[in-house]
Design a protein around this ligand. Structure first.
Ligand code: NAP
Ligand code: ZN
Length: 354
């Protein structure tokens, strides 16, 4: 076992605080990683505050991890000490079910999430990237290019793959009109990817102050979603809309913007459900309402390689770990440009100062 220092929530209403725990000793298949940066996903906030009602405390969040390999087990050939690597939302899966065999580990019924998930290795709950090191099976470790701005790579491990995967699944590209709803961590990556794939991108936002950034990130048009006249100009015109909003809202407002056979894909995961959309908005134009969960390991590597080839990283605000609660409050106010990333160099034992 290896002594590890992290930040944990002890309950739904307490601030995160330093927390000492142990990682398993590296087995022959394991990669041990010193964590350098970890993105702050809205899912971290949902889980820390038990909004999905499945949190086991204490919880050490964090699933947008980049770091440097410090040690590898005897059976590990793909990585060596010193390599830059990433770890996303998954650290294990059964490897044998149809989903795993297709490289879609995120749909494996017995996957292990990076935190707040029962860990078969230890019998405890997994602990995430708000910590100084992690031990992960080699099959769930990603290669990271040293050509990219490293703190900006961390959010690719969740926000990146969660938007890349549905855009690829629905074959978004040239000649298509594609909407992205919400300009936060996921949304800003959705805009970057849809633009990079050649689509005409329309960003829907509730925050007029984000308009200039949306254009800079790759949007061709920006719609303030609370203005019905602006929404009405786009009726029946979209091939695909990716909805990243973290709170319940009216889906009909977006369904009616789809063309015949268009798809509204939900990736946002609010604590309480969206109001059910009108059936007529689906049947009259054979529209589809879909969802998508992160992405598999193979596709995550493909996404990281695509980002390295095209110079794509997240737009981030680097914070010391002591500011994570403040970051959550700002995220709730949609005041994030466009992902907070924790610099783990700030993590010091309790009493050692900031
Ligand atoms: P985020 O950075 O907080 O961005 C969410 C954006 O949604 C906000 O910036 C805001 O954009 C918009 N929004 C509009 N109304 C809102 C409201 N009442 N409350 C919060 N946001 C509102 O969050 P994120 O990290 O991108 O995550 C978004 C959601 O996706 C979360 O529910 C998260 O748990 C979920 N998620 C799902 C997956 C998956 O696999 N499906 C993976 C990761 C995260 P504007 O200011 O532009 O309106
Ligand atoms: Zn996430």
């Amino acid at each position: 076992m290896t002594k590890t220092l992290g930040y944990a929530a002890q309950g739904a209403t307490t601030p995160l605080a330093p927390f000492h725990f142990e990682r398993r000793a590296a087995s022959p298949r394991d990669v041990q990683i010193e964590i350098l940066y970890c993105g702050v996903c809205h899912s971290d906030l949902h889980i820390v505050r038990n909004e999905w009602q499945n949190t086991v405390y204490p919880v050490v969040p964090g699933h947008e991890i980049v770091g440097r390999v410090t040690h590898v087990g005897g059976d590990v050939n793909a990585f060596k000490a010193g390599d830059l690597v990433g770890v996303g939302c998954l650290v294990d899966s059964c490897g044998t079910c149809p989903d795993c065999r297709e490289g879609l580990e995120q749909y494996c019924p017995t996957f292990t999430l990076t935190y707040n998930s029962p860990d078969a290795h230890t019998g405890k709950m997994t602990c995430g990237g708000y910590s100084n090191q992690i031990v992960v099976d080699q099959g769930f470790v990603l290669r990271v290019s040293d050509r990219l701005h490293l703190p900006g790579v961390a959010p690719l491990l969740c926000a990146g793959i969660t938007t890349y995967s549905p855009l690829r699944q629905w074959q978004v590209g040239k000649g298509q009109k594609v909407g992205v709803v919400g300009l936060g961590g996921l949304g800003h990556m959705g805009v970057k990817f849809a633009h990079a794939f050649g689509a005409h991108v329309v960003l829907f936002t509730n925050s007029p102050g984000k308009t200039a950034d949306a254009y800079r990130l790759g949007a061709a048009e920006v719609v303030i979603s609370k203005h019905p006249d602006e929404m009405a100009q786009h009726l029946g015109s979209f091939d695909f809309i990716l909805d990243t909003v973290a709170a319940p809202h009216n889906l009909d407002a977006y369904l009616e913007l789809l063309k015949r056979d268009g798809t509204l894909c939900l990736v946002g995961a609010p604590a309480t459900p969206h109001p059910s959309p009108a059936v007529f908005n689906l049947i009259f134009k054979r529209r589809r309402l879909a969802g998508s969960l992160i992405g598999g390991i193979r596709e995550t590597q493909e996404m990281l390689d695509f980002c390295a080839a095209h110079g794509i990283v997240a737009d981030i605000e680097l914070i010391p770990i002591q500011k994570v609660d403040e970051a959550y409050e700002r995220m709730l106010k949609s005041d994030v440009k466009y992902r907070f990333v924790i610099d783990l160099a700030s993590l010091k034992p309790a009493g050692a100062g900031v």
